[in-house]
Write a protein that binds this ligand. Structure first.
Ligand code: FAD
Length: 382
């Protein structure tokens, strides 16, 4: 078993998303020398930016108490650690939709009380925005949004303070293999030139592209499910400007402030729909069936589902018809296949995956970074 008890290990982190950056900061803080490889020109431009920006507080998971409770623990920690990037200035409205809802209003309320999440019936003005035919119950909860760009800057600042992390942008890792001296050889390409370097440990934090590296390194594919997602950015009408609204728990939708962008000088809302945000899905099952998620992102023809999203959502909240569509964010969302059955978002940790010292880490929520470093500490004695 590899241990990180000795100091000054050479560690490669592949992927400069929130997981790669947080783990780099953590390992550097434990006395190691870290190199981050990031293929894009900038850090955190994939899933860590293209998401709903929700700092989860458990409400979202009435069918997975474990995930809900994990969120209840991680959320205050994230807010305390990264307060500068947390946007709180909005009313968080959670509604239970019908028909096709998988919980009732009473069940949702009882669930929130059980996990200790703040919840109260919505005031009359907020409730009056909903169409009672499709909205069974309406509550005010406590949940926030994060600004991914500010989060990136905070992480970078902390990383810079420690002076032990080197960041290589526009550098794509193409292969990891064992070397004779017991280290790992990382092959990478930058500007058409290929090179390699030796490391003691390598962490694959590439989310939707985890199997890009495993397949090229002749390691078994990790079963993953991918969805090509579209989140719309919209300007919402004044009546809901300072609200985030989630209709759950079924094939419904969310409208959330999106603090990481400005459109015409104002903060837009993201608009996502359980039925229309995923355009299609595919699975990594074996080397033959593997498809590069980024190739799909760059080559796919894009046909926005905005009209379907807003048409459906206005049946629940008629004022949504007044939303002005501005843009769409496209990203590949990756989950473990078993999430399909219990709606959970567990973290994926595979230590020493096929090679001693090669580790794969993936989380389904930004604040899963805490679960990731807890697992790393435990497994590698950091
Ligand atoms: C539509 C959608 C909505 C979501 N909503 C939420 C939400 O509201 N709240 C929440 O907490 N989470 C949400 N998530 C999940 C969250 O976005 C992810 O859990 C998190 O961003 C994963 O971070 P990461 O660092 O693993 O991945 P990424 O941010 O995707 O980082 C991976 C990095 O690896 C780089 N890379 C890839 N291949 C290579 C290579 N070979 N060499 C070098 N670099 C490489 C990429 O360029 C990228 O920067 C959502 C996700 C999606 C897609």
């Amino acid at each position: 078993m590899r241990r990180l008890t000795e100091l000054n290990k050479r560690i490669a982190i592949v992927g400069g998303g929130v997981f790669g950056l947080y783990i780099s900061w953590f390992l550097a803080g434990r006395g190691h020398n870290v190199t981050v490889f990031e293929r894009e020109k900038e850090l955190m431009t994939h899933a860590s930016y293209h998401n709903q920006a929700r700092v989860h507080n458990g409400y979202h998971y009435p069918r997975s108490v474990l995930t809900a409770l994990r969120s209840r623990i991680s959320m205050p920690r994230f807010v305390a650690d990264f307060g500068e990037c947390v946007y709180k200035d909005f009313k968080k409205v959670y509604c239970v939709g019908r028909p096709l809802g998988k919980v009732t209003g009473q069940q949702f309320y009882t669930f929130c009380r059980r996990i200790g999440a703040e919840i109260e019936p919505a005031d009359r003005a907020t409730a009056s925005l909903m169409n009672p035919e499709h909205v069974e119950a309406c509550f005010i909860a406590r949940e926030y949004a994060f600004d991914a760009l500010k989060l990136r800057d905070l992480l970078l600042q902390r990383i810079a303070d420690g002076k032990r992390v080197k960041i290589l942008l526009e550098t794509e890792v193409t292969k990891v293999s064992g070397s004779e001296v017991g280290r790992l050889s990382v092959e990478f390409a930058k500007g058409g030139e290929s090179s390699s370097e030796q490391f003691d440990e390598v962490f694959n934090c590439t989310y939707s592209r985890i199997n890009f590296i495993t397949t090229r390194s002749s390691l078994p594919v990790i079963p993953l499910k991918h969805e090509m997602t579209e989140m719309c950015l919209v300007e919402v009408p004044d009546a809901i400007k300072h609200m985030g609204i989630t209709i759950m728990c079924g094939p419904f939708f969310s409208v959330m402030p999106f603090p990481g962008a400005r459109i015409n000088g104002a903060m837009p809302h993201s608009f996502s729909h359980v039925r229309y945000t995923p355009h299609y899905e595919w699975h990594d099952t074996d080397e033959k069936s593997y498809k590069d998620a980024y190739l799909k992102l760059s080559e796919d023809e894009r046909h926005s589902a905005w009209h379907l999203m807003v048409q459906d959502a206005s049946r629940f909240i008629p004022v949504l018809r007044e939303c002005r569509y501005e843009d769409s964010l496209w990203e590949v969302k990756t989950v473990l296949p078993r999430s399909e059955t219990d709606d959970s978002r567990p973290i994926l940790c595979r230590f020493n995956y096929g090679l001693n010292g090669f580790h794969v880490i993936m989380g389904g929520k930004v604040d899963n970074v805490y679960d990731a470093v807890a697992a790393i500490s435990k497994e590698l004695d950091v």
